[in-house]
Design a protein around this ligand. Structure first.
Ligand SMILES: [Zn+2]
Length: 432
């Protein structure tokens, strides 16, 4: 079933306070004192990829925009929001008042507002370079952010957006710039969108003698930071660092920066989508095309005895630092446990030293039977349980509600994660 896109253009200016709802509000222009059409007031625009906003109310006198995240809760937690503000006077202060979504599925309670209300919101003048606002402050049910940009139009969002188009352009550019990288398509989504992936390998080492490395992000569409981590991984991988060269020559590496392209494109949250989300779909009969395709390619690596490192990238709960999710030790056999612990040590050793700081815990959390009824269908668990005896399969959660959780911070996590993969594999017997 297809849902209507939550796209809309809201131009709401005729009175000091107007509340609008619905998806297709037509614009009006602000009359001046003589009743003649004047310049437009503040406008909220959400007619682009990844946009999401609902219950918009604009106070043209106070220069304030109240809103909550958009998105259909049947397509995942409504915590992601992203839109453009037009009609600003350069240098004026505009106030964003954000509250948690009230949208629910059936009789469930609304999602806790903390998932949707970062300490600092993210904004951009060009949709490419993303900055943090100052700290928001709480006011009753609202989180309030102040912005004073020197321009007439800005993008604002929960965190730095990363759309399927961002992924496709990045893969294309990197594929053209590096002779060792090739932009490919993992599959087409259920809604017909292309799912971009990058394949990297260098030199004439035969495929069967290469380590297999699989990196994927955004099985949960709202977790945009994880795509930036994947991008940082890929950027490091195709760079000139001798360690990157070593990794390209000894492994074949696949990177999928956005798995759930449909929800990422339509501004839906993805997590807990019906019938279940991508990271509860790793069964013998996956519902989502991306999971089917990824699982098939990972299975080929397993069949060849080459599923060496599998990394599934996410963003965690609002108060969490970065950390790995693992299966309980008693469910695994050696050498998987020691190899996994070694990889975690190496990755922690690097990521925890990133400057400026990206807080990371060296204590993994467990995603066993007590974590979720569909725990066996979580991708990193599925790969552990179906992988090779030496497979390292992990979920990395990267902190998002923190001052350094920026595009640069996320990319640094990705680069350090990639360097940890190299360091780990260099300790493994070469596959001759
Ligand atoms: Zn997630």
């Amino acid at each position: 079933m297809r849902f209507l896109h939550p796209f809309s253009i809201l131009i709401v200016v005729a009175a000091p306070l107007i509340v609008v709802g619905g998806d297709n509000v037509t614009g009006i222009t602000q009359p001046n004192r003589d009743g003649q059409p004047g310049p437009p007031g503040l406008m909220v625009v959400s007619d682009f990829e990844g946009a999401s906003v609902a219950d918009v109310s604009i106070d043209q006198v106070a220069r304030s925009i109240s809103f909550m995240p958009g998105g259909n809760p049947e397509r995942g937690w409504p915590c992601w929001w992203s839109f453009r503000i037009d009609g600003m006077n350069p240098g004026e202060t505009v106030t964003l008042k954000l509250r948690g979504s009230t949208a629910t599925v059936g009789k469930q309670k609304p999602l806790a507002a903390s998932w949707a209300t970062p300490k600092q919101a993210t904004w951009s003048t060009d949709g490419k370079a993303w900055l943090h606002t100052g700290d928001g402050h709480r006011q009753d049910e609202w989180m309030v952010y102040m912005l004073q940009p020197d321009t007439t139009s800005i993008f604002v969002a929960w965190g730095p957006p990363y759309t399927p188009t961002t992924a496709a352009k990045f893969m294309q550019a990197i594929g053209e710039a590096s002779p060792h990288a090739e932009a490919r398509e993992l599959c087409r989504s259920r809604e017909g969108r292309s799912v971009p992936m990058l394949h990297v390998s260098e030199g004439d080492r035969a495929t069967q003698h290469r380590f297999g490395v699989w990196v994927q992000a955004r099985q949960h569409a709202w977790e945009s930071g994880s795509s930036w981590v994947a991008q940082g991984f890929a950027e490091w991988l195709v760079g000139n660092d001798p360690d990157a060269v070593w990794l390209r020559r000894h492994a074949e590496i696949s990177v999928v920066p956005v798995m759930d392209v449909d929800n990422a494109a339509t501004g839906n949250g993805g997590k807990n989508a019906l019938p279940h989300d991508h990271n509860r779909d790793w069964s013998s009969n996956p519902h989502w095309n991306e999971v089917q395709a990824a699982q098939r390619m990972v299975s080929e690596l397993i069949d060849a005895g080459r599923m060496d490192v599998f990394l599934d990238l996410h963003n965690p709960a609002p108060g969490d630092p970065s950390f790995f999710y693992i299966l309980p030790q008693e469910m695994l056999k050696e050498p998987m446990i020691s190899l996994r612990n070694r990889f975690i040590d190496l990755a922690y050793g690097r990521i925890s030293k990133i400057k400026p700081l990206i807080p990371m815990s060296n204590k993994p959390k467990v995603t066993g039977a007590g974590y979720h009824p569909l725990w066996r269908q979580i991708s990193s668990n599925w790969v552990c349980m179906n992988g090779n005896p030496h497979t390292v399969s992990l979920c990395l959660e990267t902190i998002w509600n923190y001052k350094n959780s920026t595009t640069d911070g996320y990319r640094a996590v990705g680069a350090n994660l990639a360097a940890a993969v190299r360091e780990y594999l260099a300790e493994r017997p070469v596959r001759e």
